[in-house]
Design a protein around this ligand. Structure first.
Ligand SMILES: Nc1nc(=O)c2c([nH]1)NC[C@@H]1CN(c3ccc(C(=O)N[C@@H](CCC(=O)O)C(=O)O)cc3)C=[N+]21
Length: 283
């Protein structure tokens, strides 16, 4: 089984992105990324820390806006409006989840689609499904960037996605469809899940259930993409796929950590640089 090493692919792509940022700085443009984090969710703190580290390593101007859990929706929307109008910020995200007293859809809708580097706004999602994405959805794009790096041709392939979240399942289905794959989206109400997943040439799993996918869910020589970020019985980071159980059946598989996670961040920072390049050309 070939390991799809997101961490290595991310490092290789960092080199070209660093060069792009240097070229931009020569034109007097520094790419700007802002992240709004609300509250003290420990997983979010790790992901945001990783985003900050990567952006700063590339020379991107990173701004973290960390609100207390009790921040009002009005205050959050005011900050979003400020970032929408800040010409030095090419893109920004509101790290999800936000506390229950805040309407997540309302917050996402307030983001300027031209700065929506997560690809979550209705305009971005609409453009994604009609095939003209304004901005690329980070995790889904990260998955495609990794498959491209390993030369996986999706045309005509049978792709099964387990999970239908707005962050991963749905945008990944849209991008795979765009590559002429035959896409099936499964979820918690799907009947005979094993029958469907064991026909997949490419299996993408994003359900937040530690080691849920065992080899009886996997077609021989399938490509398995594990987007899970869970903890196993010993509290160790693991994915939605039982890696050891599936390893001798899959042709290719992503590890957790070190697989999709780093590529999610690569897609995010690549998107910010692309927007800054657009700004530099418009200058
Ligand atoms: N507005 C928004 N955009 C997101 O893109 C977004 C979000 N909210 N909410 C949560 C998910 C999850 N996500 C990850 C990012 C990095 C790693 C990552 O760096 N993973 C490392 C391990 C991290 C660790 O050490 O725990 C790895 O897989 O190697 C994982 C997951 C982005 N998300």
């Amino acid at each position: 089984m070939k390991l799809l090493e997101g961490k290595k692919v991310a490092a290789a792509l960092d080199e070209t992105m660093t060069k792009r940022v240097e070229d931009l700085k020569k034109k007097g443009v520094t790419p700007g990324l802002a992240v709004i984090l609300v509250g003290e969710n420990s997983a979010s703190a790790v992901y945001v820390r990783n985003k900050k580290r990567r952006a700063e390593k590339l020379g991107i101007n990173f701004q973290l806006i960390h609100f207390d859990e009790t921040v009002s929706e009005r205050e959050l929307l005011a900050k979003i409006d400020e970032l929408n109008n800040d010409k030095d910020v090419d893109g920004f995200i509101v790290q999800l989840p936000v506390p229950d007293h805040i309407d997540e859809d309302k917050v996402i809708e307030a983001i300027d689609p031209n700065k929506d580097v997560d690809g979550f706004t209705p305009i971005s999602v609409g453009n994604l499904w009609i095939g003209t994405p304004l901005t690329k959805p980070a995790t889904a794009s990260g998955i495609l960037m990794m498959l491209d790096h390993y030369g996986v041709d999706l045309d005509g392939k049978n792709v099964v996605i387990v999970g239908r979240s707005n962050i991963v399942g749905k945008p990944t289905a849209a991008l795979m469809l765009d590559r002429n794959a035959t896409v099936t989206i499964t979820h918690s109400h799907t009947k005979n899940l094993k029958e469907i997943t064991s026909k997949a040439d490419v299996l993408v799993v994003a359900i937040g259930r530690a080691k849920f996918i065992t080899q009886d869910y996997v077609k021989d020589q399938a490509i398995v993409i594990d987007v899970g970020m869970d903890r196993d019985e010993n509290g160790k980071l693991c994915g939605d796929v039982d890696f050891d159980d599936v390893a001798d059946k899959a042709a290719m598989m992503t590890p957790v950590p070190g697989g999709v996670g780093p590529m999610t961040i690569t897609a995010l920072v690549d998107q910010v640089i692309e927007l800054a390049e657009g700004r530099a050309n418009g200058k």
